[in-house]
Ligand binder design. Structure first.
Ligand SMILES: Nc1ncnc2c1ncn2[C@@H]1O[C@H](COP(=O)(O)OP(=O)(O)OP(=O)(O)O)[C@@H](O)[C@H]1O
Length: 312
């Protein structure tokens, strides 16, 4: 078996003269969940469709199970499952009829009722699809995408529009698939979803991958913060590794790559001078901070390009 289930190298995709994906590379290893995040119009769907084998790359190389998914679609497609953003179910069919219909088209499919059981829809098998809630439809989507026990599953915004409880239930389903060894490529606008599920992730902006790596590697691209207020006449702060902003009202905002040691210095300083640190908060950067930095800095947050921050 290939260690790298997906290998994308130097991929570019154009619509006419507009280049939507501009030289992207990443890989996905067997059994991991790779999350593709991005700003609106970043090129995630275009890239995903290219990896799914639904469109060819304009330039560069895409390999899935070591094969070109566009040229050798008939060999690659049976090993993959695709959950698209918008499913095209026939509303008049029942849930069970829909699964049976789908089952007739895929090899090596699971038993329909077992598939519905897995996604918690067994009790809705006689209901017409048009009467399902949004969350139930997404679960039916997932049942169909995993019906043929795919080795690689593409999840395109699987929880968009779901309430928090249904979203959590979907995460459990995906975690179950991962435990069975399925490899997953997920796109999502929910940062918490990526934080919960992803082994590695990439953030796309304007057709490029601005950052990629494990969650902690990606978070390390953005500074941690220490914030507090002191009396305006408090003495000067000690020398810190981070950048300090202090306003006339005594509000202090420190951005640092050395959270623990700078926090120690600040606490030592406050004890030494008997200073109260009002509203003290210290935290690592969140994925939201990193995402915001990518958007604000036009894809070049903190230090460098994809090549410099990508951890393989
Ligand atoms: N068929 C098309 N013809 C021309 N331009 C397109 C076409 N499809 C997408 N684009 C453009 O390519 C860019 C990338 O689109 P894509 O849908 O891949 O981004 P995305 O990251 O999935 O966006 P979102 O998260 O907002 O859905 C966008 O600027 C979009 O307008």
């Amino acid at each position: 078996m290939f260690e790298e289930v997906v290998d994308v190298d130097g991929v570019r995709c154009s619509y006419g003269s507009y280049e939507a994906v501009r030289g992207v590379r990443f890989d996905i290893r067997a059994g991991e969940l790779f999350a593709l995040l991005g700003t609106n119009g970043a090129g995630k769907t275009t890239l995903l469709e290219t990896v799914e084998g639904l469109r060819p790359a304009t330039r560069g190389r895409v390999r899935v199970f070591g094969k070109d998914p566009w040229q050798r679609r008939s060999e690659v497609r049976p090993r993959t499952g695709i959950m698209l953003q918008h499913s095209g179910f026939a509303g008049e069919l029942t849930v069970l009829e829909t699964v049976r219909l789908w089952r007739a088209m895929v090899p090596n499919a699971k038993d329909p009722r077992a598939a519905l059981e897995t996604v918690g829809l067994r009790h809705r098998e006689r209901v017409r699809v048009k009467l399902l809630s949004g969350g139930e439809r997404r679960r039916l989507d997932l049942a169909l995408a995993t019906l043929a026990r795919p080795e690689l599953l593409f999840l395109d915004e699987p929880t968009t529009g779901l309430d928090p409880e249904s979203r959590r239930a979907s995460w459990e389903l995906v975690a179950g698939l991962l435990a069975e060894g399925t490899t997953v490529l997920l796109t999502t606008h929910y940062l918490e979803e990526a934080e919960r599920l992803a082994h590695r992730l990439a953030i796309m902006h304007r057709g490029e991958i601005a950052l990629s790596g494990t969650l902690s590697e990606v978070l390390a691209a953005e500074s941690a913060r220490i914030r507090f207020s002191v009396a305006a006449r408090a003495p000067g702060l000690p020398v810190l590794a981070g950048e300090v902003e202090r306003d006339g009202a005594g509000r202090v905002d420190i951005r640092t790559a050395s959270l623990q040691s700078d926090l120690h210095r600040v606490l030592d300083w406050s004890r030494e001078h008997g200073i109260h640190l009002s509203g003290l908060r210290a935290r690592q950067a969140s994925l939201e901070d990193v995402f915001h930095a990518v958007r604000e800095s036009d894809g070049r947050p903190g230090r460098g390009t994809q090549q410099e921050v990508k951890f393989r």
